[in-house]
Design a protein around this ligand. Sequence first.
Ligand code: MF3
Ligand code: CO
Length: 280
Amino acid sequence: MVGQRGIEVKTTEQIQAMRKAGLVVAEALIAMGEAVRAGVRTADLDAVARTVLADNGAVSSFLNYGAQWGIAPYPATVCISVNEVVVHGIPGDRVLADGDIVSVDFGAIVDGWHGDAARTFIVGGRTDPEAADLVEITRKAMWDGVAAVATAKRVGDISGAIQASADHCGRRVGIVREYTGHGIGSAMHQNPDVPNFGYARRGPRLSAGMCLAIEPIFTLGSPGTVELDDEWTAVTDDGSWAAHWENTVAITQDGIWVLTELDGGRAELAARGVVIDELG
Ligand code: MF3
Ligand code: CO
């Protein structure tokens, strides 16, 4: 069913189907996180993701994305964005080094339903203090945005919560504006856009059955980005480093469910006073 402003509204059974895709995404991101270390090529992480897809009978949301609109089809199953790469880095021969920050963004389709999530890993577990702060600030903003979904009446309530999280993090970060969160379900990118900045009480109304990808993308400098000649890789316009965290969240009658986390978001949301609904 498609509700107002073209936002897809899922049944309980359809959200349960989306959970299957979400679990494949969660599992793949854990496997890729375990594979991240100095000396690994970004293409090696793509191979890990392909194995998880095959093991689960799932299909990539990303591979060949864009072909239907005549833009350069995305050539891999994961976006791997290192340091100054903001989003949509194409896996290849780049070798990870200790101290790099690596955003790993992955989407999977099970029975026609999509899940989409991203994590930013620190290679070797240690990096510059500013970069480590950025990773944690972006992760926290993602969870603050996800928690806001529980009470949000409009998209702007989520956007405002993400922006407030950035504004109050104790460090000046750039909020990337060219890329936003989005509705998700029978396609990866659906209405509504979910910007990482904005005003509470504005934007499309939300209701049970909607699913949203919440994905703050912050930098240590300028929020501006430049797209490289490969037509995908987006880098910061000032060379500053960027971090990206994302989860797919379902709005149910009784709460929210983080479909791309193994625990459904229980631990992080409990810390924010939000109870999850596993439709169970
Ligand atoms: N996961 C990204 C997003 O959240 C999309 C990746 S672009 C693709 O919007 F081409 F790789 F699919
Ligand atoms: Co997304």
